[in-house]
Design a protein around this ligand. Sequence first.
Ligand code: PLP
Length: 396
Amino acid sequence: MSQQQWRDRYAGALMNTFGPPRLVLTRGSGARVWDADGREYLDLFGGIAVNALGHGHPALVEAVTTQLTTLGHVSNFFATEPQVTLAERLLALLGADGRVFFTNSGTEANEAAFKLTRRTGRTHLVATEGAFHGRTMGALALTAKEAYRAPFEPLPGHVTFVPYGDADALAAAVTDETAAVVLEPVQGEAGVVVPPRGYLAAARRACDAHGALLWLDEVQTGVGRTGTWFAHHNPTLADPVRPDVVTLAKGLGGGVPIGACVGLGDAAVLLEPGNHGTTFGGNPVACAAANAVLDVVEAEGLLEASDRLGKLLADLVGEPEQVVAVEGAGLFVGAQLAGENAAAVVTAAQERGFLLNNTGPARLRFAPPLTVTEADLRAFGDAWAGILDAVHQEDA
Ligand SMILES: *Cc1c(COP(=O)(O)O)cnc(C)c1O
């Protein structure tokens, strides 16, 4: 069946929340995917920074297959080995004592964290402009974008938004009523926006001054995306900072849905028996997938690869004169275009076999698999100036 036929069926059967799909994809391998018409693409988008190991990585396939044929689901009335192992490993990687609550998505990890903050006895939260924390009602209450919020108000209340990266504005917003400050160490949906160095440390100080929790949303930046396990560990992004809560999801399962809300120190025990729950969260198959992701990141040196290849990608992306700024860390790169033609650039790139993503009218986000090769990136680099020129000519 052709892409067009699938598109028609899609439109007739799926809710129109996402707009028409860009492509109908049928197969993936490594950093490549194929559409229903058999065309091949280099995936520089990675399913929104999810496919850390690319598509169909044998270790992930093996881990999921073995777990599914061993024990697929039992509910949280029972414990399973992959879940306990994964929680211990995440705490070890975070380098702190704590406890983990597993979820199925990023927004659910943030819902768990939101509820955890309420157990401080305070209700005020400080979040940032440009932030994205998810689409469920609690996470949406922390997401600034008016277009996402307005149709669903009233949302859970008592949230103050401050400009991202402005340490003084943040400090001024935190009071003795503040339960938590929630921050992305690098804003993802905003298009890979890096705050000034020292911002996270300043947020920590503001929280300490008022007994508030520092909650870092690493849903998009976690698990090697920026070249370190977590963006708040990345010396090029931040001075060492100790969060109270870390939320994870996207890259954690390498494409298998899983999220985690990690409470560190005293925050580990704020949620008590009966306070929260989930049927699927911490499912053994999802946890086995995440354990395999952690194994492969270690075994294949993907933190180092993310760091090294990310620098190459940033250089290649920034070369043409139509790109006015590049920022990011590791294989997480945001590019600011001179003109408001990012959507046309994505389309032109797709026609030439490259999947890109625009997060705004003049903003592109690159988040390829951490397994992408130097040759893949150079192939994109060779095509990149031509893609931008083609769009420029259309505009003229
Ligand atoms: C994607 C994202 C979320 C929401 O994750 P979902 O799995 O889509 O619910 C939350 N926070 C950040 C920083 C994200 O990038």
